[in-house]
Design a binder for this molecule. Structure first.
Ligand SMILES: C[S@@+](CC[C@H](N)C(=O)[O-])C[C@H]1O[C@@H](n2cnc3c(N)ncnc32)[C@H](O)[C@@H]1O
Length: 234
């Protein structure tokens, strides 16, 4: 599942284009109400059947992140924050891989309720899950060595009101919670590599682009998802 379902054709990189200065068609996916209702339904379904919902960008998006962290030999007790954790499946996956210091926030209380129910069912009671708006981080959001975003920056960029301003606040919050030298992994289907690099340029440098499936269409090459790893400048 993705936020637009579109294939991103490789565009000419434009040095000045960044998500905060591009006019983007707003969508209900950019509203808190949408996510509250979506997770209410998922929570009901989870309580009835024990099944969690779809994974955004598919299971391979979680495998890609977990494999990359393992390949880098990241210590298992690294302080990691999942921004907009949704049903918490990514954290469950990382906990099963042995990571022990995992936190997730979401501004939808039903998402956090669902994530807690999923963690409880998996007997992963050490996951730290809390309701928080990343655009207004409060003091208990401490410093993390790794921040992960899978679809949250995309969702915020679809807001009806002041998306550019919200994306700038997102960037500021990220700089506040990520330690110097820390890593930020973002999975996006709305933004190209160049647009993300332009947006996060201040305070972060691109370390790596993780490979994703490529499509060929009309003689051009594109992908439906961009996955980048940034490093917080020291
Ligand atoms: C596309 S979903 C992705 C959920 C999860 N990361 C995943 O991969 O399944 C976007 C998530 O971002 C959350 N979200 C949106 N705006 C947020 C904000 N300002 N602060 C925290 N979470 C937010 C939504 O509630 C939703 O759970």
């Amino acid at each position: 599942m993705d936020l637009h379902g579109g294939v991103k054709l490789e565009k000419e990189p434009n040095k000045n284009q960044s998500p905060s200065n591009i006019d983007f068609q707003p969508s209900k996916l950019g509203t808190k109400e949408y996510w509250d209702h979506a997770y209410e339904r998922e929570l009901e379904c989870f309580r009835e059947s024990g099944d969690t919902s779809e994974v955004w960008f598919g299971k391979e998006s979680m495998d890609r992140i977990r494999n990359w962290l393992e390949k880098q030999n990241i210590p298992k007790d690294v302080a990691l924050l999942d921004i907009g954790t949704g049903n918490g499946e990514l954290l469950v996956e990382l906990a099963k891989a042995g990571f022990t210091n995992l936190s997730g926030i979401d501004n939808s209380s039903t998402a956090v309720e669902l994530a807690k129910a999923v963690a409880e069912k998996e007997e992963l009671l050490s996951l730290k899950l809390q309701v928080a708006d990343f655009l207004h981080p409060f003091p208990c959001l401490s410093h993390y060595e790794i921040c992960i975003d899978k679809g949250t920056f995309d969702a915020i960029s679809l807001s009806f009101d002041h998306p550019g301003e919200k994306l700038r606040r997102y960037h500021q919050s990220l700089l506040n919670v990520l330690k110097n030298g820390g890593l930020f992994l973002i999975t996006s289907c709305n933004w190209t590599k160049q647009e993300l690099v332009n947006h996060f340029n201040e305070g972060l440098e691109l370390l790596e682009e993780l490979p994703t499936p490529k499509f060929h269409f009309g003689g051009k090459t594109g992908s439906s998802v961009t996955v980048l790893v940034f490093k917080r400048k020291e």
